[in-house]
Design a protein around this ligand. Structure first.
Ligand SMILES: C[S@@+](CC[C@H](N)C(=O)[O-])C[C@H]1O[C@@H](n2cnc3c(N)ncnc32)[C@H](O)[C@@H]1O
Length: 289
């Protein structure tokens, strides 16, 4: 290798070689390749205190892996369905700046408490409101729109929480929330499947205006089983976001999260096929203009 080529790399021992020309992240080539496998097994640590109240939180440990791949230190991350603030915690721990919007005051309050506890060096802003108004809400914080380098989020899985009866009964008996709210602006309260898909796409039109050109968007979602039939929610999410008039995302890939820590339940035994759905889709889109 010539001297000038050699200078483009830093040798980081076990981690491998870091290219000083890396445009996307702070990973070495070895770490980069490892993340590109399209499936992974992730066993989240047990949830703490008030995080348990929320019916569908994603683990910070998982979000951290995505943020580490799709951003560099000090870049800006956004989550339009913040819940208990996992994306903000993950971003703070990785020295990224982050903003998140959550409709429900009680989950927003949880995120505020968790962020305060974290004492991060970066700017971390939880906002209470409807993500359909994200541009106005973010402007009110004095932040310029079109600031974000990366968006990672998990929207409500249609109105699935109202139907997942076995799990819901257990949560109800323990005094935990079995749905996010009764708010009409809550995506999880839209009963009609096609209306849900359209409303969800409208929120990602708003996200389009907030993210920089070339920025990536990761949506964690799933297909859902309802009344003896599978609704391809993850696939319809991909189709709907890639078919907008002037705000069409490019679908780049999927990473499948295999949940091999979930117990098998006797579903449909001796009668008919009902799957134990132990995986989720992490859909990767990019704004390319
Ligand atoms: C799947 S949860 C997200 C959980 C989050 N990733 C966490 O780790 O806690 C979806 C969240 O979206 C919120 N939500 C639903 N509709 C919304 C809207 N229009 N604007 C903002 N948040 C909304 C719900 O209240 C719920 O907390």
């Amino acid at each position: 290798m010539t001297k000038s080529k050699e200078n483009k790399f830093l040798d980081l021992g076990q981690r491998g070689r870091l290219s000083l020309n890396n445009k996307l992240n702070d990973l070495t080539g070895k770490e980069w390749i490892k993340f590109t496998k399209t499936w992974f097994v992730h066993r989240p640590p047990k949830r703490k205190e008030d995080e348990v109240l929320h019916p569908a939180k994603f683990p910070e440990t998982l979000v951290k892996e995505f943020i580490t791949f799709f951003t560099k230190k000090e870049e800006w991350v956004f989550d339009p369905f913040l819940g208990t603030g996992s994306t903000l915690i993950a971003s703070g721990e990785l020295n990224r700046n982050a903003v998140g919007i959550e409709l429900q005051k009680k989950y927003y309050n949880t995120s505020v408490r968790r962020v305060k506890k974290g004492k991060y060096n970066s700017t971390i802003i939880p906002i209470n409101g409807n993500s359909l108004n994200a541009i106005k809400l973010i402007n009110m914080q004095g932040l310029p729109v079109d600031k974000f380098d990366y968006v990672i989020t998990s929207p409500p899985y249609w109105n699935q929480l109202e139907r997942n009866s076995l799990r819901q009964t257990k949560r109800k008996n323990s005094g935990l929330d079995t749905k996010y709210s009764s708010d009409k602006n809550d995506l999880g309260n839209i009963t009609d499947y096609n209306n849900f898909i359209e409303f969800q796409a409208k929120i990602f039109d708003v996200v389009w205006d907030l993210i920089k050109a070339g920025g990536y968007l990761t949506i964690i979602t799933n297909n859902v089983y309802n009344e003896s039939k599978l609704y391809p929610l993850a696939f319809d999410t991909a189709i709907s976001l890639t078919n907008r008039n002037d705000k069409s995302w490019i679908l780049k890939d999927e990473k499948i999260w295999l949940q091999d820590d979930k117990p098998l339940i006797a579903l449909g035994v001796n009668n008919a096929w009902v799957g134990n759905r132990h995986h989720q889709y992490c859909l990767i889109f990019r704004k390319e203009i």
